[in-house]
Design a binder for this molecule. Structure first.
Ligand code: SF4
Ligand code: SF4
Length: 59
């Protein structure tokens, strides 16, 4: 199953992915970067579509 992976170099910490993830699999870490809990991610791809910087891919 694919998992969402965040490019830490381009994530701006906007929180859009956190808000839309139906599994609550994404949180912002101490550096305001999105972090995916792979145990919760179902690979649905919803977060990929809302990221304004194209920082999320399914791998
Ligand atoms: S792919 Fe789906 S389940 Fe996984 S982090 Fe993104 S929105 Fe959440
Ligand atoms: S939507 Fe994109 S830029 Fe915004 S917090 Fe998530 S990964 Fe970072």
């Amino acid at each position: 199953m694919p998992k969402a992976v965040v490019n830490q170099d381009t994530c701006i910490g906007c929180g859009a992915c956190v808000a839309v993830c139906p599994e609550q699999a994404i949180s912002l870490d101490e550096n305001s970067k999105a972090r995916v809990d792979e145990s919760k991610c179902t690979g649905c791809g919803t977060c990929v579509g809302v990221c304004p910087t194209g920082s999320i891919t399914l791998e």
